[in-house]
Design a protein around this ligand. Structure first.
Ligand code: FAD
Ligand code: UDP
Length: 406
Protein backbone atom coordinates (compact mmCIF):
# COMPACT_ATOMS: atom_id res chain seq x y z
CA UNK A 1 0.00 0.00 0.00
CA UNK A 2 1.02 3.64 -0.52
CA UNK A 3 2.76 5.67 2.19
CA UNK A 4 0.52 7.76 4.46
CA UNK A 5 2.34 11.09 4.28
CA UNK A 6 0.73 13.77 6.40
CA UNK A 7 1.50 17.34 7.40
CA UNK A 8 2.60 17.83 11.02
CA UNK A 9 0.14 20.70 11.43
CA UNK A 10 -2.71 18.21 10.81
CA UNK A 11 -1.46 15.70 13.40
CA UNK A 12 -3.83 14.83 16.24
CA UNK A 13 -1.18 13.49 18.59
CA UNK A 14 -3.73 11.86 20.92
CA UNK A 15 -4.61 9.42 18.12
CA UNK A 16 -1.12 7.81 18.13
CA UNK A 17 0.19 5.02 20.37
CA UNK A 18 3.87 5.47 19.46
CA UNK A 19 6.18 8.08 17.95
CA UNK A 20 9.26 7.12 15.96
CA UNK A 21 11.91 9.71 15.06
CA UNK A 22 13.75 8.84 11.84
CA UNK A 23 12.94 6.50 8.96
CA UNK A 24 16.25 4.65 8.44
CA UNK A 25 16.34 0.94 9.28
CA UNK A 26 16.21 1.63 13.04
CA UNK A 27 13.05 3.73 12.82
CA UNK A 28 11.35 1.95 9.93
CA UNK A 29 11.69 -1.60 11.29
CA UNK A 30 10.49 -0.52 14.75
CA UNK A 31 7.54 1.40 13.27
CA UNK A 32 6.52 -1.55 11.11
CA UNK A 33 6.76 -4.03 13.98
CA UNK A 34 4.80 -1.84 16.41
CA UNK A 35 2.11 -1.28 13.77
CA UNK A 36 1.92 -4.81 12.44
CA UNK A 37 2.58 -7.05 15.43
CA UNK A 38 1.44 -4.61 18.11
CA UNK A 39 -1.54 -3.18 16.21
CA UNK A 40 -0.37 0.31 17.18
CA UNK A 41 -0.91 3.61 15.43
CA UNK A 42 2.58 4.96 14.80
CA UNK A 43 3.65 8.47 13.83
CA UNK A 44 7.05 8.77 12.14
CA UNK A 45 8.75 12.14 12.32
CA UNK A 46 11.46 12.46 9.67
CA UNK A 47 13.64 15.53 9.23
CA UNK A 48 14.54 14.84 5.59
CA UNK A 49 12.07 15.30 2.72
CA UNK A 50 12.13 11.52 2.09
CA UNK A 51 12.10 8.17 3.92
CA UNK A 52 14.86 5.49 4.06
CA UNK A 53 17.56 7.33 6.07
CA UNK A 54 21.06 6.83 4.73
CA UNK A 55 19.83 4.00 2.51
CA UNK A 56 17.86 6.44 0.32
CA UNK A 57 18.40 5.89 -3.40
CA UNK A 58 16.86 7.53 -6.46
CA UNK A 59 17.31 7.82 -10.22
CA UNK A 60 19.59 10.68 -11.27
CA UNK A 61 19.16 12.85 -14.37
CA UNK A 62 20.84 10.23 -16.53
CA UNK A 63 18.36 7.61 -15.30
CA UNK A 64 20.94 5.78 -13.16
CA UNK A 65 19.90 4.52 -9.71
CA UNK A 66 22.30 6.20 -7.23
CA UNK A 67 22.69 6.15 -3.46
CA UNK A 68 22.52 9.67 -2.00
CA UNK A 69 24.22 9.02 1.36
CA UNK A 70 27.04 6.61 0.55
CA UNK A 71 27.11 3.21 -1.16
CA UNK A 72 25.08 0.60 0.74
CA UNK A 73 25.55 -3.14 0.27
CA UNK A 74 23.44 -5.44 2.42
CA UNK A 75 25.41 -8.27 4.03
CA UNK A 76 24.68 -10.43 7.05
CA UNK A 77 25.17 -13.83 8.63
CA UNK A 78 21.93 -13.41 10.55
CA UNK A 79 19.26 -15.47 8.81
CA UNK A 80 16.46 -13.91 10.84
CA UNK A 81 17.52 -10.44 9.71
CA UNK A 82 17.80 -11.48 6.08
CA UNK A 83 14.40 -13.17 6.15
CA UNK A 84 12.92 -10.05 7.69
CA UNK A 85 14.17 -7.58 5.04
CA UNK A 86 13.45 -10.04 2.26
CA UNK A 87 9.69 -9.83 2.93
CA UNK A 88 9.72 -6.31 1.52
CA UNK A 89 11.75 -6.77 -1.64
CA UNK A 90 13.13 -9.06 -4.27
CA UNK A 91 16.86 -9.50 -4.09
CA UNK A 92 19.83 -9.21 -6.47
CA UNK A 93 22.58 -11.62 -5.41
CA UNK A 94 25.52 -9.22 -5.44
CA UNK A 95 28.98 -9.86 -3.97
CA UNK A 96 30.90 -6.61 -3.41
CA UNK A 97 34.45 -6.34 -4.74
CA UNK A 98 36.81 -3.50 -3.86
CA UNK A 99 40.14 -2.76 -5.51
CA UNK A 100 42.79 -0.42 -4.16
CA UNK A 101 44.27 1.91 -6.75
CA UNK A 102 47.96 1.55 -5.93
CA UNK A 103 49.68 4.16 -8.10
CA UNK A 104 47.55 3.06 -11.07
CA UNK A 105 47.73 -0.70 -10.38
CA UNK A 106 44.63 -2.42 -8.99
CA UNK A 107 45.04 -4.63 -5.93
CA UNK A 108 42.20 -6.46 -4.09
CA UNK A 109 41.05 -5.09 -0.72
CA UNK A 110 40.99 -6.65 1.86
CA UNK A 111 44.66 -7.28 1.16
CA UNK A 112 44.87 -11.02 0.39
CA UNK A 113 47.03 -13.66 -1.35
CA UNK A 114 46.23 -12.14 -4.75
CA UNK A 115 47.22 -8.67 -3.51
CA UNK A 116 50.47 -10.17 -2.15
CA UNK A 117 51.40 -11.38 -5.63
CA UNK A 118 50.73 -7.95 -7.12
CA UNK A 119 52.72 -6.20 -4.38
CA UNK A 120 55.70 -8.57 -4.04
CA UNK A 121 55.79 -10.62 -7.26
CA UNK A 122 54.75 -14.28 -7.44
CA UNK A 123 57.92 -15.91 -6.11
CA UNK A 124 58.43 -13.73 -3.05
CA UNK A 125 54.67 -13.71 -2.40
CA UNK A 126 54.59 -17.55 -2.36
CA UNK A 127 57.21 -17.57 0.41
CA UNK A 128 55.48 -14.82 2.41
CA UNK A 129 52.03 -16.42 2.01
CA UNK A 130 53.42 -19.70 3.40
CA UNK A 131 54.86 -17.80 6.34
CA UNK A 132 51.52 -16.10 6.98
CA UNK A 133 49.76 -19.48 6.84
CA UNK A 134 52.32 -21.04 9.22
CA UNK A 135 51.93 -18.14 11.65
CA UNK A 136 48.21 -17.42 11.56
CA UNK A 137 46.60 -20.32 9.64
CA UNK A 138 45.15 -20.52 6.14
CA UNK A 139 41.89 -18.67 5.34
CA UNK A 140 42.36 -16.59 8.49
CA UNK A 141 41.65 -12.87 8.87
CA UNK A 142 44.35 -10.90 10.64
CA UNK A 143 43.91 -7.26 11.63
CA UNK A 144 46.57 -4.78 10.60
CA UNK A 145 47.34 -4.22 14.30
CA UNK A 146 47.88 -7.98 14.87
CA UNK A 147 50.11 -8.16 11.81
CA UNK A 148 52.15 -5.16 12.90
CA UNK A 149 52.71 -6.76 16.31
CA UNK A 150 54.66 -9.65 14.76
CA UNK A 151 58.41 -9.80 15.53
CA UNK A 152 59.30 -11.79 12.40
CA UNK A 153 61.28 -9.54 10.02
CA UNK A 154 59.62 -10.83 6.82
CA UNK A 155 56.11 -10.56 8.21
CA UNK A 156 57.00 -7.09 9.47
CA UNK A 157 57.82 -6.22 5.87
CA UNK A 158 54.33 -7.37 4.81
CA UNK A 159 52.79 -5.44 7.71
CA UNK A 160 54.70 -2.29 6.78
CA UNK A 161 53.66 -2.61 3.16
CA UNK A 162 49.97 -3.02 3.99
CA UNK A 163 50.10 -0.27 6.60
CA UNK A 164 51.80 2.21 4.25
CA UNK A 165 49.92 1.32 1.07
CA UNK A 166 46.43 0.33 2.21
CA UNK A 167 45.73 1.91 5.61
CA UNK A 168 47.79 5.02 6.29
CA UNK A 169 46.67 7.58 3.71
CA UNK A 170 43.12 6.24 3.37
CA UNK A 171 42.61 6.43 7.14
CA UNK A 172 44.14 9.91 7.29
CA UNK A 173 41.69 11.05 4.63
CA UNK A 174 38.72 9.27 6.22
CA UNK A 175 39.34 10.13 9.87
CA UNK A 176 41.85 13.00 9.80
CA UNK A 177 44.27 10.94 11.95
CA UNK A 178 46.61 7.95 11.53
CA UNK A 179 45.44 4.30 11.90
CA UNK A 180 47.06 4.16 15.37
CA UNK A 181 44.80 7.00 16.49
CA UNK A 182 41.46 5.43 15.45
CA UNK A 183 39.71 2.86 17.60
CA UNK A 184 41.14 -0.61 16.68
CA UNK A 185 37.63 -1.82 15.83
CA UNK A 186 37.58 0.56 12.85
CA UNK A 187 40.56 -0.81 10.93
CA UNK A 188 39.64 -4.33 12.09
CA UNK A 189 36.64 -4.08 9.74
CA UNK A 190 39.06 -4.56 6.83
CA UNK A 191 41.57 -7.23 7.93
CA UNK A 192 44.33 -8.86 5.91
CA UNK A 193 42.72 -12.05 4.57
CA UNK A 194 44.98 -15.08 4.04
CA UNK A 195 42.85 -16.30 1.16
CA UNK A 196 42.18 -16.10 -2.58
CA UNK A 197 38.65 -14.87 -1.81
CA UNK A 198 38.52 -11.37 -3.34
CA UNK A 199 35.11 -10.42 -1.95
CA UNK A 200 34.87 -7.46 0.44
CA UNK A 201 32.48 -9.35 2.74
CA UNK A 202 32.24 -13.06 3.49
CA UNK A 203 28.75 -13.04 5.04
CA UNK A 204 26.31 -15.83 4.18
CA UNK A 205 23.67 -13.48 2.79
CA UNK A 206 24.69 -10.59 0.55
CA UNK A 207 22.89 -8.56 -2.02
CA UNK A 208 20.96 -5.54 -3.12
CA UNK A 209 17.20 -4.90 -3.06
CA UNK A 210 16.08 -5.50 -6.64
CA UNK A 211 14.13 -2.24 -7.00
CA UNK A 212 16.44 -0.28 -4.70
CA UNK A 213 16.37 0.62 -1.00
CA UNK A 214 13.77 3.38 -1.25
CA UNK A 215 11.32 0.90 -2.77
CA UNK A 216 12.08 -1.54 0.09
CA UNK A 217 11.33 1.19 2.65
CA UNK A 218 8.15 2.20 0.81
CA UNK A 219 6.95 -1.36 1.16
CA UNK A 220 7.97 -1.56 4.82
CA UNK A 221 6.34 1.75 5.77
CA UNK A 222 3.28 1.48 3.55
CA UNK A 223 1.04 0.20 6.36
CA UNK A 224 -2.36 1.38 7.53
CA UNK A 225 -1.04 1.87 11.06
CA UNK A 226 1.84 4.18 10.05
CA UNK A 227 1.66 7.92 9.29
CA UNK A 228 4.76 9.84 8.24
CA UNK A 229 5.61 13.52 8.62
CA UNK A 230 8.50 14.41 6.32
CA UNK A 231 10.67 17.56 6.56
CA UNK A 232 9.83 17.66 10.28
CA UNK A 233 12.59 17.98 12.86
CA UNK A 234 11.84 16.27 16.19
CA UNK A 235 13.96 18.88 17.94
CA UNK A 236 11.55 21.60 16.89
CA UNK A 237 8.33 19.69 17.61
CA UNK A 238 9.37 18.05 20.90
CA UNK A 239 8.96 20.14 23.99
CA UNK A 240 11.35 18.67 26.58
CA UNK A 241 10.60 19.00 30.28
CA UNK A 242 13.29 18.29 32.87
CA UNK A 243 13.26 17.27 36.53
CA UNK A 244 15.11 20.47 37.49
CA UNK A 245 17.03 23.44 36.16
CA UNK A 246 20.57 22.07 36.48
CA UNK A 247 22.43 21.19 33.27
CA UNK A 248 22.45 17.50 34.29
CA UNK A 249 18.76 17.40 35.24
CA UNK A 250 17.10 14.43 33.65
CA UNK A 251 14.18 14.32 31.25
CA UNK A 252 10.80 14.29 32.99
CA UNK A 253 8.60 14.13 29.90
CA UNK A 254 8.34 14.94 26.21
CA UNK A 255 5.40 17.04 25.13
CA UNK A 256 4.17 17.06 21.57
CA UNK A 257 1.58 19.66 20.55
CA UNK A 258 1.24 20.63 24.20
CA UNK A 259 0.47 17.10 25.49
CA UNK A 260 2.85 14.84 27.41
CA UNK A 261 3.34 11.83 25.12
CA UNK A 262 3.24 8.70 27.26
CA UNK A 263 3.47 6.00 24.59
CA UNK A 264 6.82 4.69 23.32
CA UNK A 265 9.07 7.33 21.72
CA UNK A 266 11.72 5.65 19.57
CA UNK A 267 14.49 8.11 18.77
CA UNK A 268 17.06 7.37 16.05
CA UNK A 269 18.70 10.82 15.64
CA UNK A 270 21.80 12.15 17.41
CA UNK A 271 21.25 12.60 21.16
CA UNK A 272 23.38 15.74 21.41
CA UNK A 273 21.11 17.39 18.82
CA UNK A 274 17.99 16.55 20.84
CA UNK A 275 19.48 18.37 23.83
CA UNK A 276 20.72 21.26 21.65
CA UNK A 277 24.34 20.38 22.38
CA UNK A 278 24.15 21.43 26.05
CA UNK A 279 27.35 19.50 26.92
CA UNK A 280 29.04 20.44 23.64
CA UNK A 281 28.56 18.72 20.28
CA UNK A 282 29.53 15.07 19.85
CA UNK A 283 32.26 14.76 17.20
CA UNK A 284 31.47 13.05 13.90
CA UNK A 285 32.95 12.79 10.43
CA UNK A 286 30.81 13.97 7.56
CA UNK A 287 31.07 13.20 3.84
CA UNK A 288 30.72 15.17 0.63
CA UNK A 289 29.64 13.19 -2.42
CA UNK A 290 30.56 14.27 -5.94
CA UNK A 291 28.75 12.55 -8.84
CA UNK A 292 29.99 12.28 -12.41
CA UNK A 293 28.05 10.80 -15.33
CA UNK A 294 29.74 9.42 -18.42
CA UNK A 295 28.51 8.29 -21.84
CA UNK A 296 30.19 4.94 -21.30
CA UNK A 297 28.81 1.63 -20.16
CA UNK A 298 31.28 1.24 -17.28
CA UNK A 299 34.05 3.40 -15.84
CA UNK A 300 35.49 1.11 -13.13
CA UNK A 301 36.36 -2.60 -13.06
CA UNK A 302 34.25 -3.27 -9.93
CA UNK A 303 31.78 -1.66 -7.51
CA UNK A 304 34.27 0.41 -5.53
CA UNK A 305 37.86 1.54 -5.99
CA UNK A 306 39.67 2.78 -2.86
CA UNK A 307 42.37 5.42 -3.40
CA UNK A 308 44.80 4.29 -0.74
CA UNK A 309 47.93 6.20 -1.79
CA UNK A 310 46.81 9.08 -4.03
CA UNK A 311 43.90 11.56 -4.53
CA UNK A 312 42.06 13.57 -1.92
CA UNK A 313 38.85 11.54 -2.10
CA UNK A 314 38.77 8.16 -0.36
CA UNK A 315 36.87 6.01 -2.83
CA UNK A 316 34.79 5.95 -5.99
CA UNK A 317 31.70 3.79 -6.37
CA UNK A 318 30.07 2.90 -9.66
CA UNK A 319 26.46 2.06 -8.89
CA UNK A 320 25.71 -0.02 -11.96
CA UNK A 321 28.01 -2.76 -10.66
CA UNK A 322 25.90 -2.93 -7.48
CA UNK A 323 22.47 -2.65 -9.04
CA UNK A 324 23.14 -4.52 -12.32
CA UNK A 325 21.25 -1.73 -14.08
CA UNK A 326 21.66 -1.78 -17.90
CA UNK A 327 22.39 1.57 -19.57
CA UNK A 328 24.85 3.02 -22.06
CA UNK A 329 25.59 5.73 -19.47
CA UNK A 330 27.12 5.36 -16.02
CA UNK A 331 27.30 7.46 -12.86
CA UNK A 332 30.18 7.28 -10.40
CA UNK A 333 30.47 8.91 -6.97
CA UNK A 334 33.58 10.22 -5.21
CA UNK A 335 33.60 10.46 -1.40
CA UNK A 336 35.38 13.22 0.49
CA UNK A 337 35.52 12.93 4.27
CA UNK A 338 35.61 16.01 6.53
CA UNK A 339 35.18 17.08 10.15
CA UNK A 340 31.50 17.59 11.02
CA UNK A 341 31.18 21.22 12.03
CA UNK A 342 27.74 22.52 11.14
CA UNK A 343 24.54 20.59 11.98
CA UNK A 344 22.56 22.99 9.77
CA UNK A 345 24.39 22.16 6.56
CA UNK A 346 26.21 18.87 7.19
CA UNK A 347 25.13 15.31 8.00
CA UNK A 348 26.77 13.34 10.83
CA UNK A 349 27.86 10.05 9.22
CA UNK A 350 30.54 8.46 11.39
CA UNK A 351 30.75 8.65 15.19
CA UNK A 352 34.38 9.05 16.23
CA UNK A 353 34.77 6.25 18.73
CA UNK A 354 37.18 6.78 21.63
CA UNK A 355 36.91 6.75 25.42
CA UNK A 356 36.48 10.51 25.72
CA UNK A 357 33.70 10.66 23.13
CA UNK A 358 31.97 7.61 24.62
CA UNK A 359 31.95 9.35 28.03
CA UNK A 360 30.64 12.52 26.37
CA UNK A 361 27.84 10.50 24.73
CA UNK A 362 27.03 8.69 28.04
CA UNK A 363 26.41 12.09 29.62
CA UNK A 364 23.67 12.73 27.06
CA UNK A 365 22.30 9.22 27.40
CA UNK A 366 22.02 9.65 31.18
CA UNK A 367 19.56 12.52 30.63
CA UNK A 368 17.14 10.10 28.97
CA UNK A 369 17.36 7.20 31.42
CA UNK A 370 14.72 8.73 33.69
CA UNK A 371 12.11 8.57 30.93
CA UNK A 372 10.87 4.96 30.67
CA UNK A 373 9.03 5.51 27.37
CA UNK A 374 12.09 6.93 25.54
CA UNK A 375 14.11 4.45 23.46
CA UNK A 376 17.29 5.63 21.69
CA UNK A 377 18.33 3.17 18.96
CA UNK A 378 20.49 3.24 15.83
CA UNK A 379 23.82 4.41 14.53
CA UNK A 380 23.30 8.02 15.59
CA UNK A 381 21.30 7.61 18.79
CA UNK A 382 23.77 5.01 20.12
CA UNK A 383 26.85 6.82 18.78
CA UNK A 384 28.16 3.55 17.31
CA UNK A 385 29.48 2.16 14.03
CA UNK A 386 26.72 -0.29 13.03
CA UNK A 387 26.06 -1.99 9.71
CA UNK A 388 22.49 -2.18 8.45
CA UNK A 389 21.98 -5.79 9.52
CA UNK A 390 22.88 -5.03 13.15
CA UNK A 391 20.41 -2.16 13.11
CA UNK A 392 17.62 -4.40 11.82
CA UNK A 393 18.51 -6.92 14.53
CA UNK A 394 18.45 -4.24 17.24
CA UNK A 395 15.19 -2.74 15.99
CA UNK A 396 13.49 -6.16 15.98
CA UNK A 397 14.72 -6.72 19.55
CA UNK A 398 13.54 -3.28 20.68
CA UNK A 399 10.09 -3.80 19.17
CA UNK A 400 9.77 -7.13 21.02
CA UNK A 401 10.87 -5.44 24.24
CA UNK A 402 8.31 -2.65 23.86
CA UNK A 403 5.49 -5.02 22.98
CA UNK A 404 6.40 -7.56 25.69
CA UNK A 405 6.48 -4.81 28.33
CA UNK A 406 2.84 -4.18 27.61
P1 FAD B 1 20.00 6.45 9.52
O1 FAD B 1 19.91 5.64 8.30
O2 FAD B 1 21.02 7.54 9.57
O3 FAD B 1 18.57 7.05 9.81
C1 FAD B 1 18.34 8.04 10.78
C2 FAD B 1 17.18 8.90 10.30
O4 FAD B 1 16.81 9.78 11.36
C3 FAD B 1 17.55 9.78 9.11
O5 FAD B 1 16.59 9.64 8.10
C4 FAD B 1 17.55 11.18 9.69
O6 FAD B 1 17.15 12.19 8.76
C5 FAD B 1 16.53 11.05 10.81
N1 FAD B 1 16.71 12.05 11.86
C6 FAD B 1 17.84 12.35 12.53
N2 FAD B 1 17.61 13.33 13.41
C7 FAD B 1 16.31 13.65 13.31
C8 FAD B 1 15.47 14.60 13.95
N3 FAD B 1 15.93 15.43 14.89
N4 FAD B 1 14.17 14.66 13.60
C9 FAD B 1 13.66 13.85 12.62
N5 FAD B 1 14.42 12.94 11.98
C10 FAD B 1 15.71 12.84 12.33
N6 FAD B 1 25.95 -0.52 6.30
C11 FAD B 1 25.94 -1.72 5.67
O7 FAD B 1 25.43 -2.70 6.21
N7 FAD B 1 26.48 -1.85 4.40
C12 FAD B 1 27.04 -0.81 3.74
O8 FAD B 1 27.51 -0.96 2.61
C13 FAD B 1 27.08 0.46 4.40
N8 FAD B 1 27.63 1.52 3.78
C14 FAD B 1 27.67 2.72 4.43
C15 FAD B 1 28.27 3.80 3.80
C16 FAD B 1 28.34 5.03 4.43
C17 FAD B 1 28.99 6.19 3.74
C18 FAD B 1 27.80 5.18 5.73
C19 FAD B 1 27.88 6.51 6.44
C20 FAD B 1 27.18 4.12 6.37
C21 FAD B 1 27.11 2.87 5.73
N9 FAD B 1 26.49 1.79 6.33
C22 FAD B 1 26.49 0.57 5.69
C23 FAD B 1 25.83 1.91 7.65
C24 FAD B 1 24.33 2.27 7.49
O9 FAD B 1 24.21 3.54 6.88
C25 FAD B 1 23.70 2.29 8.88
O10 FAD B 1 23.80 1.03 9.48
C26 FAD B 1 22.22 2.69 8.84
O11 FAD B 1 22.02 3.90 8.17
C27 FAD B 1 21.71 2.82 10.24
O12 FAD B 1 20.34 3.09 10.21
P2 FAD B 1 19.73 4.12 11.26
O13 FAD B 1 18.28 4.05 11.08
O14 FAD B 1 20.34 3.90 12.60
O15 FAD B 1 20.31 5.56 10.79
N1 UDP C 1 40.52 1.26 5.52
C1 UDP C 1 41.69 1.68 4.94
N2 UDP C 1 41.93 1.38 3.62
C2 UDP C 1 41.04 0.73 2.86
C3 UDP C 1 39.82 0.31 3.44
C4 UDP C 1 39.59 0.60 4.78
O1 UDP C 1 42.53 2.30 5.59
O2 UDP C 1 41.30 0.50 1.66
C5 UDP C 1 40.29 1.57 6.95
C6 UDP C 1 39.78 3.00 7.15
O3 UDP C 1 40.26 3.48 8.37
C7 UDP C 1 38.28 2.79 7.15
C8 UDP C 1 38.16 1.48 7.94
O4 UDP C 1 39.30 0.70 7.48
O5 UDP C 1 37.60 3.84 7.79
C9 UDP C 1 36.88 0.71 7.73
O6 UDP C 1 36.66 0.52 6.34
P1 UDP C 1 35.21 0.24 5.75
O7 UDP C 1 35.35 -0.05 4.31
O8 UDP C 1 34.53 -0.76 6.61
O9 UDP C 1 34.54 1.66 5.96
P2 UDP C 1 33.06 2.17 5.61
O10 UDP C 1 32.59 1.41 4.42
O11 UDP C 1 32.26 1.93 6.81
O12 UDP C 1 33.30 3.61 5.33
Amino acid sequence: MALNIIDFKDVDISSYDAVVVGSGFAGAVTARELAERGGKRVLIIEKRPHIAGNMYDEYDEAGILVHRYGPHIFHTCDQQVFNYVRQFTGWIAYQHHVLADWYGTYMPVPFNKNSMEIAFGEEKAAHLIQKLIDTFGDERKVTINELRATDDAELAEVADFVYENVFLYYTQKQWGVTPEEVDPSVTARVPVFISRDDRYFQDTYQGMPSLGYTALFEDMLGHAGIDICLSTDAVSVFDLEFEGDAEDSKLACIKIKGQAFTGPIVYTGPLDELFCGRFGRLPYRTLDFVYETYDEEYKLPCGTVNYTVTEDYTRITEFKHLTRQKSDKTTIMKEYSRAYEDPDTQIPYYAIIDDENKAHYERYLALTESLPNFYPVGRLAEYRYYNMDRIVHLALGLSRKILDAE
